[in-house]
Ligand binder design. Structure first.
Ligand code: NAI
Length: 471
C-alpha cells in the first residue's frame, strides 16, 4: 500500500526529474505520536477588541512552546493584557525577532468587524510566510458567523474561510497547514484543545479546515495528561483493519479500554488485534436487525455503559447510478447510514452513553463534494453529516458531543482495491500530493474523543490534505 512515488521524489534524481516534468513533489509530512502539545515557536498577532489571545498564549505555553508578539501597539496590547491575565510571567512575552524560522503563525482576527479590517490578514501573513518552517502551522481565529450578527462583521468573519482554504493549498507543498478556528463569543476558553490539536503533528494531514467551538462543559486544563482517556470505554466498529484498527490502537494509547466490533468473517484477525491492546472483540454485522440490541446490552452488562462510540465500519459498492444494482444501492445505505442511526437510537434510549460521552462518525469527502460512481456512498456519507448536525444540540443538553471526520484518500485496503491509475491520481489530488494514513484519521477521532474537546460539537473535519477539487 506504500506510495513509492514519495520516496522517488526525495531522491536527487527523482527531484530533478519531477521538476523538469512539472510534476508535484510531495513533501514528507511530519507525524508524531507524542502528546498533542505545542513545544515550538509561535508568532501571535491580534487586532484591537480580539478575544482569543489568552487561550492562544495559554495553549502554547502549556506545551512548553514560546510565543512572541507581533503587530501594532493596539494588537500587542490585547496580547499583553491577555497574557497578564493568565500568568504574571507571561507579561514578558518577547516582541517578534524577524527572520528566524517560526513553527506557527497565529492571527487572532476575532476583533475584525469590517472588510477593511481584512487587510490585517495580508499585513500579518504576507511578510512572515517565508519564515514559516516546513510542516509549520498557520492558524486564524475568528468569530462564529451566526444569524443576527452585524452584517459587516458576519461578512468579514465569513471571508476568513476563503482565506484559510486558499492559503492551505499554497502551503501544502511545504507540508505546512492552515486552519480556521471559529469561536462563539463566549467560548474562547474552549479553544485550548482545538489549538493543541491543530498546532500538533497529529494534524499533519488536516488542512484548510474550519472548526467551530462553542461553550462546552467545564474542564480542568491542568488535568490534561498523556493518557486522557484512562478509565474510559470506547467502542470502535470495523476495528480489525484500516482506519478502525488505527483508531482502536490510538484510543488505547490514550488510555481507553477498547471494544472492537467487526464482521464475523474477520474472526481471528479481530481477536488478535484487540488482544494486542488489551481490548475485547465483538463479532457482529452492524447492519443486522438485532446488532444494536446485542451490542448495547453487552456494553451495559460488561462495562456498565460506554464513553466513546466510533462509527467507523463502512463499505463501498461503486458503480455509476445507471449501472448500479438495487442490492449495491441498499447495502451501502444500510451499513454506512441506517445501521449507525439504529445503533445511536438504542444507545440513547438505554442511556448507555455515560456522562461527557463522545460519538464520532466516519463520513467521507465523497459526502461533501460528491464522487462519480459513488451515488450510494455519497448519499450515505452526506446522511451521516446530517445526522451529526441534527443530533449535536440534543446531545449537548446531556453533556455529550457528536462529530464526524471526513477522510479524503487514505491508504487502506479499501483504497488499495482501486485501479492503479485511479489510485495514483487520487493520491495527488490534494495540497500535499499524497494519500493520508489511517493514523491521520485516528488522531482526529482521538481529538474529538478527548475530554478537553468539550466545546467541539456538531463539527465535520476533513482529513484530506486539503483536496484540490470539490467543496
Ligand atoms: P476497510 O475496508 O479497510 O475497513 C472497514 C472495516 O469495516 C473492515 O474491517 C470491515 O470488515 C468492517 N465492516 C464492513 N462492513 C461491516 C459490517 N456490516 N459490520 C461490521 N463491520 C463491518 O475500510 P477503511 O478504508 O479503513 O474505511 C473505514 C471507514 O472510513 C469507512 O466508513 C469508509 O467509508 C471511511 N472512509 C475511508 C476512506 C479511505 O480512503 N480509505 C475515505 C473516506 C472514508
Amino acid at each position: 500500500m506504500g506510495d513509492r512515488y514519495i520516496d522517488f521524489a526525495h531522491t536527487a534524481f527523482g527531484a530533478r526529474l519531477l521538476r523538469l516534468a512539472g510534476l508535484p513533489r510531495p513533501p514528507r509530512l511530519h507525524r508524531d505520536d507524542s502528546p498533542a502539545r505545542f513545544a515550538g515557536t509561535a508568532v501571535l498577532a491580534a487586532t484591537a477588541h480580539s478575544i482569543a489571545a489568552a487561550p492562544v498564549v495559554g495553549a502554547v505555553q502549556a506545551g512548553g512552546g514560546s510565543v512572541a508578539v507581533a503587530g501594532d501597539a493596539e494588537g500587542a496590547e490585547v496580547i499583553r493584557a491577555a497574557a497578564m491575565y493568565l500568568d504574571a510571567d507571561s507579561t514578558r512575552l518577547p516582541d517578534e525577532v524577524s527572520g528566524e524560522p517560526v513553527d506557527a503563525l497565529i492571527f487572532d482576527a476575532t476583533g475584525i468587524s469590517t472588510t477593511s479590517g481584512l487587510n490585517e490578514l495580508y499585513r500579518f501573513f504576507h511578510p512572515r510566510l517565508p519564515s514559516l518552517a516546513a510542516n509549520g502551522r498557520a492558524i486564524l481565529i475568528g468569530l462564529d458567523p451566526v444569524a443576527g450578527m452585524e452584517p459587516r462583521t458576519y461578512t468579514a468573519m465569513r471571508a476568513l474561510e476563503g482565506f484559510v482554504r486558499s492559503l492551505a493549498k499554497e502551503l501544502g507543498r511545504r507540508g505546512a497547514t492552515a486552519q480556521l478556528l471559529r469561536v462563539a463569543d463566549d467560548a474562547a476558553p474552549w479553544l485550548h484543545a482545538p489549538l493543541d490539536f491543530v498546532l500538533s503533528a497529529r494534524s499533519a494531514f488536516v488542512s484548510g479546515q474550519v472548526l467551530t467551538i462553542s461553550r462546552g462543559q467545564l474542564f480542568d486544563r491542568e488535568a490534561a495528561s498523556d493518557r486522557p482517556l484512562a478509565g474510559k470505554v470506547a467502542l470502535v466498529t470495523g476495528a480489525s483493519r484500516g482506519i478502525g484498527l488505527a483508531t482502536a490502537n490510538t484510543l488505547a494509547r490514550d488510555g481507553a479500554a477498547i471494544v472492537g466490533v467487526d464482521q464475523p468473517a474477520t474472526g481471528q484477525r479481530l481477536v488478535d488485534a484487540m488482544s494486542a491492546i488489551g481490548g475485547t472483540g465483538q463479532m457482529a454485522d452492524i447492519s443486522a436487525a438485532d446488532a444494536p440490541k446485542r451490542l448495547v446490552d453487552a456494553l451495559l452488562k460488561d462495562h456498565g455503559g460506554v464513553d466513546i462510540v466510533v462509527h467507523n465500519a463502512g463499505i463501498t459498492r461503486d458503480k455509476t447510478l445507471a449501472r448500479m444494482s438495487a442490492e449495491q444501492w441498499e447495502s451501502v445505505l444500510e451499513v454506512n447510514l441506517a445501521a449507525v442511526e439504529r445503533f445511536n437510537q438504542r444507545l440513547l434510549e438505554r442511556a448507555a452513553l455515560r456522562g461527557a460521552g463522545r460519538i464520532v462518525c466516519v463520513a467521507s469527502t465523497s459526502g461533501i463534494a460528491g464522487n462519480g460512481g459513488q451515488t450510494n456512498y455519497g448519499t450515505s456519507k452526506a446522511g451521516i453529516i446530517g445526522m451529526v448536525q441534527a443530533l449535536a444540540p440534543h446531545l449537548a443538553k446531556r453533556g455529550h458531543t457528536i462529530n464526524a471526520v471526513a477522510p479524503g484518500f487514505i491508504e487502506t485496503d479499501m483504497t488499495a482495491a482501486m485501479p492503479a491509475l485511479n489510485r495514483f491520481v487520487a493520491r495527488r489530488m490534494n495540497a500535499v500530493s499524497q494519500g493520508g494514513l489511517p493514523q491521520d484519521v485516528a488522531e482526529t477521532i482521538a481529538f474529538f474523543a478527548s475530554p478537553m474537546a468539550t466545546g467541539v460539537n456538531g463539527n465535520v473535519l476533513r482529513v484530506c490534505g486539503q483536496n484540490i477539487i470539490g467543496a
